[in-house]
Write a protein that binds this ligand. Sequence first.
Ligand code: TRP
Ligand code: ZN
Length: 881
Amino acid sequence: MTTQSPQTKYLKDYLTPAYLVDQVELDFYLSPTATQVASTLALRLNPDRNGVIEPLVLDGEHLQLVAVEVDGVSLEPADYQCDDVSLTIPAPPAQLTVHIITRIDPLNNTALEGLYQSNGIFCTQCEPEGFRKITYYPDRPDVLAPFRVRIEGEPADCPVLLSNGNLVDQGVLDDGRHFACWEDPFPKPSYLFALVAGNLVCLEDHFITLSERRVLLQIFVEERNRNDCDFAMESLKKAMKWEEQVYGLEYDLDRYMIVAVDDFNMGAMENKGLNVFNSKYVLARPETATDNDYLGIEAVIAHEYFHNWTGNRVTCRDWFQLSLKEGLTVLRDQQFSADMQSAAVKRIDDVALLRQYQFPEDAGPMAHPVRPESYVEINNFYTTTIYNKGAEVIRMLETLLGRERFVEGVRLYLKRHDGQAATCEDFVAALEQAGEVDLTRFRRWYTQAGTPEVQVVCHYDCATQTFTLDCQQSCPATPGQPDKEPFHLPLVMGLLGHDGTDLALQLASDEAPGGTSRVLELTQSRQQFSFVGVQEQPVLSLLRGFSAPVRLTMEDRPEDLAFRMAYDSDPFNRWEAGQQLSVAELLQLYRQQLEGQLSTGLSQVFVDAWGVVLTDNEADESLLARMLQLPSEQYLADQLDEVDPQRIRAVREQALRHLLSVHREKLLQCYDRYSSAGEYSLNPVAVGRRRLVHGCLSLLMLEPDELLQDRCLRHYQQAGNMTDRLAAFAALVDCRQSPLRDQVKEDFYRQWKHYPLLLDKWFSTLASGRHENTFFEIERLLLHPDFTLSNPNRARSLLGAFAQNLAVFHRQDGNGYRLLTEQIRRLDKRNPQVAARMATPLTRWKRLEPQRRALLREELVALQQENLSRDLYEIVNKSLV
Ligand code: TRP
Ligand code: ZN
């Protein structure tokens, strides 16, 4: 906690480290409230200082300093300075060995940063700046060193003692304690250090690499979770194989370890050779995990594994370069998941996520470039912009270069910077060279924030058989960036003939027609592209696969959208056409309501097109399920300047009821056709069918007669897997008048109260209820004995779901704002990182309608007056500017 306003850090102030570390030796004497850490550092003045001595400044926070020695001589307090954040030795020799003993308190570490305990298991989280809570150290990613770690603990509490790299020694001591020594041969920054110790069981497998080395694979979990690790292990092996096949990269240590813990601030952490995971991304069996949980595990296991090259072997020079590892690794996990599942649906889900979270961030007070220029608290910059927009930027490079050259470029980057700390510029330079392209303008994606807007007007000239696209781009102002330069945008496109097939494309500058899909490169603020030899008025399919993260506006006629919804050969654009059509419909209903006009209801074109999708027997079921979903409330809100969230909900529900009333029979048929039970499988067809069935069920349950309620109850009771059970549970939870509601609520609780991940689902499903009474339910749930702010998953399950439930959170009386603010206030005292993250919904006040805007702003202003963590301070202050 801090009383003065925290300092801003700037990229332009970057300086190389004054001292380099040649070797780290760490000795841990584990104890829950008084762990002793002895560190021996071999340090040397950075040669770039040309021998001019500088003070040695080591980072350290919340540490109890026990002793300091330099070259074997113990220092008196007068020989060094120690404050809240650092230990300074004013004039050390150019080469020195420092020995430091500190004491820390893992049990009472509620921030879950540094060394802490989760259910009695010692574990660490050092990224980005947690290592300084373990010992004094140059805690910055451009200081790389080999680590040797010795851990000593009680065999009863900590039979398992783990750290990075290879196990080189272990044994039992005379006093009954035991120890293990680990050595990591790969120099690494402190943020990749990890230690785990506790009562864990280990599941083992192995992987033979391309060059036929045998790698031991181990997953460590608490005994009760022993049977829930198979899927994670399979995912790991698939990821290892995939990376070898696609990128030609193999694993480099003899052992790869994953540990699952219940208390974790984020999803997982890529510590070298010893990943620590939120148990949510490891544990799964059909009775407890949903399809989406499984897919999440597959993706996160792969993500952390891929970091071994993109992040660990080549790391970041400074935290402004965070997207260098995160954007690239997200892209790679997206590519992997696309290959494992339905690629089209994976792309749709990734884009929906980007629009739901990143677009609003880019349009709000926390907007920042993929490579930020400044920050107050780096923990706040693990954002959807760094991760998801970062991945989109690299995906555009892939589109511009083609897969083959792109992979070559990534390999060149890794080879050139292996063992180093690199920058985003290093990455772009490698791709520019391998791709033989000019990326001068493209680099603006790293420096300019905001979502570009692209406007396209088409013209078909029958006489000359020419089809012309007139493209313009602009980008709205973002904090600190009033004016923007044009971006380099790859626009993938095709032209559809009247029978729905793709036409061969010939630009005026081409010698002959070639291909049915093209990448147009928009690099100016305005540019025209003309196609010749176009014999009929075509329908344009632009931005296929969402080839650039922009907001595209075209004056599409509803008939053309419906046509593309049925025929576009690009599945993403089939879905996108449907989304555009629904957004237009829903916004029209919204405006009619706002202006007190009589509602026209949905247009026939739309209702029919939706029905065609519902009865399509050919397309991928997952794709159909996605196409039947109306745009989310959040996405609709993002299209409006003055948002009334309750009106959005009302309008969306009106549209759903309209579709239900027209297509009820077809929905029932579709539900019947696919809702056959059977062995649980995660193959894309099975997943797609469940998605379709659950889409139908939730729509049908908007107006359930008793017969239907009964079927839903049976669906719940007879479900052979959690995907089915949870879908039926969620549908029943919304049946306010039905006695079944309380019955299943009780039943679910009783059945799963001892399984934390499912108790989380119980809380979040109840908090996602659509009824107005949901608010009072949430108030009661806050007092439930199983609710706690100490566990991030649990806190998020209730408060996160609540804040996403827009119509409930944005109650007109402002009580929703008060409730969330109060909980964040409490959480901030325990865990600032999670509190700041959970405060995001509070920052979106500017685009609300005036009454709610004022109420929400009031809460923020009150919060601003208080003694906040640096994390929350930055979020609250920036949102009030
Ligand atoms: N590097 C991790 C990942 O994306 C992210 C992460 C895990 C993290 N734990 C964290 C970031 C704690 C900040 C704080 O794979
Ligand atoms: Zn990552």
